[in-house]
Design a protein around this ligand. Sequence first.
Ligand code: IMP
Length: 399
Amino acid sequence: MGAQWGDEGKGKIVDILTEHYDVVARACGGANAGHTIVVGGKKHVFHLLPSGSLHDHVQVFLGAGMVIHLSTLLRELQTLHDAGIDLLPRLVISSAAHIVFDFHQAIDAKEEEQKAKAGGAIGTTKRGIGPAYRDKAGRTGLRMETLLLPVEELKSAVRSRCQLAAQTFGVTVDKEKEIQQLLAAKTALESCVSVNTLWTLDRIDAGKRVIIEGAQATLLDLDHGTYPYVTSSFTTIAGALQGLALPPQVLSSCIGVAKAYCTRVGGGTFLTEAEEAAAHRLRERGGEYGSTTGRPRRCGWLHLPDLQFAARLNRITHWNITKLDVLDEEAVLPVGTAETNGKAEYEEHAGWQTSTVGVTRFEDLPANAQTYLLAIEKKTGVPVSLIGTGPGREQMVVR
Ligand code: IMP
């Protein structure tokens, strides 16, 4: 689970761990997520398929809590196909996951524009996430089960849905294009759609090991995040369980992923946001540009109350602190320790000003880096077990 505002680097640890699992699942969210996967030596950004999908022994499950933009999913599958990987026989999609239409994206863009004029844009990814979840809650959405309908019924369902969207939201809807996209998805994906609500639980009860990749992150949770500057799904462990129809007792551990500093995309509070010179250093060193939208991320310092909150809310059992090496050149590291009157209180840690890139043993980290990490452990009561020291799979301290 992400412990901050997303982009903590969950993909890398999920990819590494998936080797030891039978199923990799996504529970919530949609193509607002983004992670880079290297296929055939080329980098691709995937939005819907979980990291770890490339391990060819693993089944890939997209849960009921997700909202799925079908042509994005087909594109991701095509990219894999072109690289010689046929994911379809290993892909299972819940029939209860909702479909994101192009008109949802148009509504998202229109609403953002209106909010921006009024001075309060959320800064969404414009992937139609909020409008799709609104349809789900309003019971007007179409779900993946639509792909199981006979062709004429499918066309008619999409046509009426489009009509309603155009009337209610005043956006232009290209009905025929939406229908064609669903028909293409029906042809490609019908055999992947499962009507078994308890698909994941069945796997667990059969002795299979399941890893869940959290999407977005704790502080973006619709209920418990920094509302209204949040996403429209439930991004905590509870949301993941709900999205996959799992009872909490099945959990064996919960890895919280947090950057060694902090970033945020879009609007909303960010108490430890750095002044521009420091933000610029972190952004450039950390490559902090949105993988879905390309937007420069807001950058700042670690805020321990957020990690304490995420640790308690998700019952995090281990930390994966990522991108430690991005701090290598900093002389002083401010760390937010509390909030008073809407402002962060800081303690200052001495930087280490030496490279940690590629370090794999905790003892080999500079003393100041060890102190910095141990402060996280002490303040949250959760062991720092995994520490990212570079983008490569092997650039990781396992403690
Ligand atoms: P939406 O999920 O596109 O509606 O965007 C709502 C808020 O969540 C915006 O501030 C987005 O930048 C943020 N957000 C959504 N998905 C991600 C993500 O995967 N990483 C970081 N921020 C995200």
